[in-house]
Design a binder for this molecule. Sequence first.
Ligand code: ZN
Ligand code: ZN
Ligand code: ZN
Length: 366
Amino acid sequence: MNEHIAKRRVRAAKALAERGIDAFLLTPSSDLTYLSGYRIFPSERLTCLVLTARGEAKLLVPVLEAPRARAAQTGIPLVTWSETEDPIARVRELVGDATSLALADQMWAAFVLPFARTFARARLVTASEVLRPLRMRKDDEELAALREAATAADRAFERLSRDVRFSGRREHEVARDLTALLLEEGHEEVKFCIIASGPNGASPHHETGERVIEDGDVVVCDFGGTVRGYTSDITRTLFVGKGSVPDEVRRVHDTVRRAQEAGYAAARRGAAAQEVDRAARRTIGEAGYAEKFLHRTGHGIGLDGHEHPYLVEGNAEPLEPGMTFSIEPGIYLDGKFGVRIEDIVALADGGPEPLNRADRGLARVR
Ligand code: ZN
Ligand code: ZN
Ligand code: ZN
């Protein structure tokens, strides 16, 4: 049994009690994994972790998935339901009469609505209302997994920029090579691989496609996957071929780099999350590209690729040691190219520690 996770349940139950909430109902999601270690895809068959404010946990699973749940060795007693039973009624038996329940943020409406009918008198809240402060501060085991994921992504990037040909190939062909590298370097799963070449780079979430990459292209590469359930997410911008780099490309890349450095400098213990965004935005604004920075400066990361805290104007939440988030300014020039540089950082007592260390310069690829 994983004691880190058992300790999380103790803290989470205490947080429930403090808020006068009777129990968590957590269907397959990062909330379920956070409090049990169990990883399972969402499906129409109900899996539900019930954790009460008294600290009692039960994991309700469909009987056909009991072997899988047992193999996960969560240390939580299993309750199974068979194909002809009503699993919602089983949850009702486990919880009893509740006045307030916290539901997994990512629970399907197909379960939320039956729960709402079954617990008609209960106030329903999202689990993040209770779990957000806990999940934002990573424990040692989580930090180790995030560090491992980030270094695996760094290694994949180094091989991408050294060994993979870009010129003359389609974006999705390069993405396929990168996917293989991420897996070889230790990811269990690849979540996304954005290869945005030339004018496609001006779309921050470009869907990697058929465009043939040419010499002289600027290419934004943004990719990540999971290691022990924890996410990597890194962006680097590359230049294709031996030709000289246009002045505008240099200027934009240099501005984004300085914006990221300003973000790092602002990411201090106790600083408001929005200060990091302001610092990066100020640098980009001073260079005359204020309107070309289309998104917030960063997002928290952990079991989910995007989670709290969000580094965005309006979020005054203080940054604290143990928080992990991206710093990823970008400039997007419609019809021309884009540049983004993204690292995952962990905030320590002395300041932000970059988990990604791959070279941030404008690397040249073939
Ligand atoms: Zn993104
Ligand atoms: Zn990214
Ligand atoms: Zn990101």
